[in-house]
Ligand binder design. Structure first.
Ligand code: AHG
Ligand code: MN
Ligand code: MN
Length: 335
C-alpha cells in the first residue's frame, strides 16, 4: 500500500484539492506534533513519574491529573509561536490563552480537551486528546466571546486516541481520515480513508450506573435494547463503556453504535456532563462527517449557540438511525 504521511496528505489537501489554507495545514501539523509528545509522555507512565494527581483542581472543580497539566502545556507551547492562532482555549484553563505579544497572531482559534478520559490514565486504559478549530471573528483579539460560535462553524476537528496504537482522526469538512503513528519514524501515516460509520449496529455506550437519574426517553430506549430478542427491537444489543469519550466514540465510528451521556437528574443543573466546545462539538463534527448524527435529544449539537466557554451539554451520537430513534423518543415524551 502507498504510504501517505500526514504531512503529505495535508499538502495534497492544500495544493491539489484547495481544501485547506497553508495556515490551517500548519496548525494541524503542530497539533499532531503535540499529540506525539503527549503519546510519548503517556507511554512512559510510571517510569517518568507522570501518573497520579497534580494536586490541583481545574475551573470545573475536577481534580487535575499530572498528565492533564502536561498535555495542556504541550499543546499551548507547540501552538504559541507559529503565527497561525489568535488564541487558544482549553478544558484546563478558565479563560482563553492569548498569544504572547512577541509572536505574530493568526486567524484561527484552537480549542482542546488536552487529555480526555483522564480518570483512566492511572489504570492504563485508552485516553485521548480532542481539538476543534474556529475562525477568529474579524476585529476580535480572541477573547472568550470570539470562541462562542456554533459547531457548524468549525473548520476542522480531530482527536488522538492513545491506545494500543496512537491514532489521529481528522475531519476537514469533506469526510474523516484516520492516521496511525509510526513510532519508529515519528510520523502519522494514513491508514483509513473516508471513514464511514456503520449503520447496522448492536452496540451502545452509556454509564448505566446513572440509570436512576435518566429521563424517560433515554430509559425507554435503553430498556428496549436491554430486552434484546424478547423486546420490540427483536435482537440482542451489547454494552461497552470505556469512560473515555474519545475511545468510546472511536469504537462506535469504527463498528457502529450509539454513545450517550444524556441529560440526567444529576447533571441537569449544569446542563449535562460533557463540555460543548471541546468535547461535544468536535466529536459531533467528526461523527456527522462520517455519516452519523449527534444530538442533545432535543437539538442538533452543532447548531447550539454557545453562551460560555465551559458550557456543558447532553450528548447522544453515533449511527444515524439509532440517534434518530432516541430523538424521536424525546419528541414523543414531550408531546
Ligand atoms: P475528562 O477526562 O476530559 O474530564 O472527560 C471525561 C469524560 C468523558 O471522556 C467520559 O465519557 C466521561 O467523562 C466519563 O464519565 P463517567 O465517569 O460518568 O463514566
Ligand atoms: Mn474529556
Ligand atoms: Mn480532559
Amino acid at each position: 500500500m502507498r504510504s501517505i504521511s500526514l504531512s503529505r496528505f495535508l499538502i495534497e489537501e492544500q495544493r491539489d484539492k484547495n481544501q485547506i489554507p497553508a495556515d490551517l495545514r500548519l496548525l494541524i501539523e503542530v497539533v499532531a506534533r503535540a499529540c506525539k509528545a503527549i503519546a510519548i509522555a503517556i507511554g512512559k507512565g510510571g517510569i517518568a513519574g507522570v501518573l497520579g494527581s497534580a494536586g490541583s483542581d481545574n475551573v470545573q472543580g475536577e481534580v487535575q491529573k499530572k498528565l492533564d497539566v502536561i498535555s495542556n502545556e504541550y499543546l499551548l507551547e507547540a501552538n504559541e509561536w507559529g503565527g497561525h492562532l489568535a488564541a487558544m482555549a482549553s478544558e484546563e484553563m478558565e479563560l482563553p490563552h492569548a498569544i504572547p505579544n512577541r509572536y505574530p497572531k493568526g486567524e484561527y482559534l484552537l480549542l482542546f480537551d488536552p487529555l480526555d478520559g483522564s480518570s483512566n490514565i492511572d489504570v492504563n486504559i485508552s485516553v485521548g486528546t480532542i481539538f476543534s478549530v474556529l475562525r477568529c471573528p474579524e476585529g476580535s483579539s480572541g477573547d472568550e466571546a470570539a470562541f462562542l460560535q456554533p459547531g457548524t462553524r468549525q473548520v476542522c476537528a480531530g482527536y488522538a486516541v492513545y491506545g494500543p496504537t496512537t491514532l489521529l482522526v481528522l475531519a476537514l469538512g469533506d469526510g474523516v481520515n484516520v492516521f496511525t503513528l509510526n513510532r519508529e519514524l515519528g510520523s502519522f501515516v494514513l491508514t483509513q480513508e473516508n471513514l464511514r460509520i456503520p449503520e447496522e449496529t448492536r452496540e451502545f455506550a452509556i454509564n448505566a450506573s446513572n440509570i436512576r437519574h435518566w429521563e424517560a426517553p433515554v430509559r425507554r430506549y435503553v430498556d428496549e435494547l436491554l430486552a434484546g430478542t424478547t423486546g420490540p427491537r427483536g435482537e440482542d444489543f451489547n454494552m461497552r463503556w470505556v469512560a473515555s469519550m474519545v475511545a468510546d466514540v472511536h469504537r462506535i465510528l469504527s463498528r457502529g453504535g450509539i454513545f450517550m451521556y444524556p441529560l440526567d437528574a444529576k447533571t441537569v443543573d449544569q446542563g449535562g456532563k460533557l463540555r460543548l466546545m471541546y468535547e461535544a462539538n468536535p466529536m459531533a463534527y467528526i461523527v456527522e462527517q462520517a455519516g452519523g448524527a449527534a444530538t442533545t435529544g432535543r437539538a442538533r449539537i452543532l447548531d447550539i449557540q454557545p453562551t460560555h466557554l465551559h458550557q456543558r451539554v447532553p450528548v447522544i451520537m453515533g449511527s444515524k438511525s439509532e440517534v434518530l430513534r432516541v430523538t424521536r423518543y424525546h419528541t414523543e415524551s414531550a408531546a
